[in-house]
Ligand binder design. Structure first.
Ligand SMILES: *Cc1c(COP(=O)(O)O)cnc(C)c1O
Length: 384
């Protein structure tokens, strides 16, 4: 049986993996080395310098390709360095269409790093596919999608956007950090590039910062590999090992993230002191039908607004939480709470931020895999 034919829950464990060649180690050893002995100049076993390639990183890259149903995986030092490599495919004068409630760091690298090099970025509400088309012209080279979006949980119709990208010969890249390939596989829906902050669900244990790209096309993979090697923001062997270990339980963790997410979303929705809850699993979520068609579940990311509360009231709630940790990041086994306006999205101007709904009192939860009753009791005492 070819490992390519395995179901997702087996691919997380076996996809792209084989026992180590030296001693048959079942987990790939952490090849903590920068260089490799050669028998004659150029005579090596596929590895010559660890920026170019490292066996532990190769094992992770093969696993990434497998779980996203791609042919090539690339592991980077962080999610943002993976994005950096994608934008470096472009030239001055090129244009990009992206979403207006993008991850704060993505917005920052677009606006404050790459605009300087003559690349133009347009930000639109991508739930409305026509709004994307409006910004496409002959200079457009890339559509950058996040779905569900961070932190407003908007859902973008990936099949429709992929159709649009094909029609205009524009690359489509999808940041799949929130959904993970357990819930959604963008390459299957027509995307060209999948990007991950593997720091989040793929790693899953809040112990590493890593980024990833997965593609199907060989020519595109070669271009990205050239950039990865030439720019050098590679994932180290120890970090590769940790993410590989994380991926092996991705499906089990995601199942629980989804169950706990549903319980907490419903609890918050019924709560008399809560004004609004954002979670794509609600039937009255504006993009629920699309979420249902392209995702296997709705995940553990939830945002909410307490009734009549201000910046200070929201801060008070997140400070009172005890089981939820007040922290940046998401996707780990432990539940985290954040205040986007002062944390993850502080680098987006208030005016820009509020246009897409990221108001001062918005609170974001990354629901972990603890007992849901404990999480609800914690929220209850904090919301009061
Ligand atoms: C965290 C995150 C990133 C950035 O990844 P890093 O690993 O922190 O560099 C990009 N996109 C999304 C959706 C994220 O949550």
């Amino acid at each position: 049986m070819s490992k390519k034919d395995l179901k997702f829950n087996s691919k997380t464990i076996h996809g792209g993996q084989q026992p180590d060649k030296a001693y048959g180690a079942v987990m790939p050893p952490i090849y903590q080395t920068s260089t490799y002995a050669q028998t004659t100049p150029g005579g090596h076993q596929g590895y010559e310098y660890s920026r170019s390639a490292n066996p532990t990183r190769t094992a992770l890259e093969n696993a990434l390709a497998s779980i996203e149903n791609g042919n090539f995986g690339l592991a980077f030092a962080s999610g943002l360095s993976a994005m950096d490599a994608v934008i470096k495919l472009l030239n001055p004068g090129d244009e990009v269409v992206s979403t207006n409630d993008l991850y704060g760091g993505s917005y920052r690298i677009f606006r404050q790093i790459f605009e300087k090099y003559g690349i133009t970025f347009h930000f639109v509400g991508m739930q409305n596919v026509a709004a994307i088309e409006e910004k496409i012209n002959e200079k457009t080279k890339l559509i950058w999608v996040e779905t569900p979006t961070n932190p407003m949980m908007n859902v973008v119709d990936l099949k429709a956007v992929a159709g649009l990208a094909k029609e205009h010969s524009v690359l489509l890249a999808v940041d799949n950090t929130f959904a993970t390939p357990y819930l959604q596989q963008p390459l299957n829906l027509g995307a060209d590039i999948v990007m991950h902050s593997a720091t989040k669900y793929l790693g899953g244990h809040s112990d590493v910062v890593v980024g990833a790209l997965v593609v199907k096309d060989k020519e595109l993979a070669d271009k990205l590999y050239f950039i990865q090697n030439a720019s050098g923001a590679v994932c180290g062997p120890m970090d590769s090992f940790l993410v590989l270990r994380g991926i092996k339980t991705l499906h089990v963790r995601m199942q629980r993230h989804c169950e706990n997410g549903e319980a907490i979303a419903n609890y918050l929705k019924k709560h008399p002191k809560i004004e609004k809850v954002y979670w794509p699993g609600f039937e009255d979520h504006p993009n629920h039908d699309i979420a249902k068609s392209q995702m296997k579940g709705f995940g553990g990311m939830i945002s909410f607004i307490p009734k009549g509360s201000s910046f200070e009231d929201a801060v008070k709630i997140v400070e009172k939480l005890e089981v939820f940790t007040l922290a940046e990041s998401l996707g780990g086994v432990e539940s985290l709470a954040g205040h986007p306006a002062s944390m993850t999205h502080a680098s987006i101007p208030k005016e820009e931020r509020e246009k897409s709904g990221v108001v001062d009192s918005l609170i974001r939860l990354s629901v972990g895999i603890e007992d849901a009753d404990d999480l609800m009791a914690d929220l209850e005492q904090a919301i009061g």
